[in-house]
Design a protein around this ligand. Structure first.
Ligand SMILES: [Zn+2]
Length: 102
């Protein structure tokens, strides 16, 4: 389970990012634009696992900083393998269309 550390409190990642959770939204609003940033607790090394609180309309959400997704443990919800940068990685479409055979 991914846990975030923010201002000496630990929050469950899914709880904090549930946009229908008014309590969590209130916390994100309070720290939005603040120097206190949520930090993922999946590993204890020194790599940057800070998240940025962003606002979209009236809602607040968490975004990873660029180039930090592979700093997380592989079991972490925020983990993504490092970008290989090769052309094959870019060719993969975000949405997969199924071929309709007639
Ligand atoms: Zn993590």
């Amino acid at each position: 389970m991914s846990e975030l550390f923010l201002d000496e409190e630990t929050y469950d990642y899914l709880w904090l990012t549930d946009r229908s959770n008014t309590k969590a939204q209130k916390i994100l609003r309070r720290y939005h634009g603040c120097n206190d940033r949520p930090r993922c607790q999946c590993l204890t090394d020194e790599r940057n696992r800070e998240l940025v609180i962003k606002a979209r309309g009236p809602r607040f959400y968490l975004a990873r900083k660029a180039e930090t997704s592979h700093h997380h443990a592989e079991w972490c919800l925020l983990y993504e393998p490092p970008e290989t940068g090769g052309p094959s990685a870019k060719q993969k479409p975000a949405v997969q269309y199924r071929k309709i055979s007639s």
